[in-house]
Design a protein around this ligand. Structure first.
Ligand code: SF4
Length: 267
């Protein structure tokens, strides 16, 4: 049983499919492939991380420079393991989508004078202070607008966009909010911002009024459920859904025995 930290993705993986959770977090089984959506998401995050790192270093960031990073990271990470599950989309459609996403971001946010303090910031914290509920969060970007005033930014590259009501329920951002409260000395006001890159849209909540104790209780219950299942591996069963088409544990999954994965190799 892993004695390490819980993250949002670990909790979500368990909730989507306990068998996938077992393969990934308990058995450390490598996936046999990677979805192109996940590949594209990583390239966009790298490009935007580069952009703000350059700004933090006081350098200008011409659009050409951003594209160069995107292109070179795409080429550098490309491999024969990338798969496309959507029959209507080709590799170039994803590549162009990435270019459009970056162009839109660049237009919306130049000259990039946001008060960015960190990108890809890893925050580790202890929910109760007794070491029993260790958590980790990786914030895409953290801005500081003045003493105690922060904004947490999360970049989304997928199709799904959150409504304001869904945003207010978002567990991932609540974990990040808690991470900030636990790790920063002065936190007076926190804004949270999701940037839906392919849609060119932001969803934001100013001055979140989430209850830290309620979030803590909710996360602890979810961790308890995961630990209970870890102690009884028979509870870590496959939970089939549309998400199976983006899962690359089919060879290990009892629910997919003898079936061929519908995704094709990206060319
Ligand atoms: S293929 Fe589906 S059921 Fe099997 S591990 Fe993956 S997500 Fe779970």
């Amino acid at each position: 049983m892993p004695g390490d930290s819980f993250s949002y993705s670990r909790l979500q993986t368990f909730s989507h499919c306990p068998a996938q959770y077992r393969f990934h977090y308990l058995e450390d089984l490598a996936q046999t492939a990677t979805s192109i959506e996940s590949f594209l998401g990583s390239r966009l995050h790298e490009a935007l991380e580069w952009l703000y790192r350059e700004r933090l270093a006081g350098r200008s960031v011409p659009f050409d420079g951003l594209l160069k990073v995107y292109r070179s990271q795409w080429a550098q990470h490309w491999s024969g393991q990338i798969r496309i599950a959507d029959p209507a989309w080709q590799t170039d459609d994803y590549y162009q989508l990435g270019l459009r996403s970056l162009a839109g971001f660049y237009r919306r946010h130049r000259p990039f004078d946001q008060p960015v303090t960190n990108t890809e910031l890893v925050l580790k914290f202890d929910l109760d202070g007794d070491g029993h509920y260790l958590m980790i969060g990786v914030l895409d970007r953290l801005d500081n607008h003045g003493p105690g005033w922060w904004s947490i930014h999360d970049y989304k590259s997928g199709r799904r966009i959150l409504t304001q009501a869904q945003a207010n329920q978002d567990l991932q951002m609540k974990i990040y909010y808690l991470a900030l409260l636990k790790t920063q000395e002065q936190v007076e006001r926190v804004d949270v911002v999701w940037d839906f890159l392919r849609h060119g849209r932001e969803v934001a909540i100013d001055r979140v009024d989430w209850s830290p104790s309620r979030i803590t209780t909710m996360i602890k219950k979810r961790i308890d459920r995961v630990r209970e299942a870890e102690a009884q591996p028979e509870l870590l069963r496959p939970k089939e859904s549309i998400l199976c088409n983006w899962c690359y544990y089919w060879e290990a999954c009892p629910a997919k025995l003898g079936q061929t994965h519908p995704a094709r190799a990206a060319q």
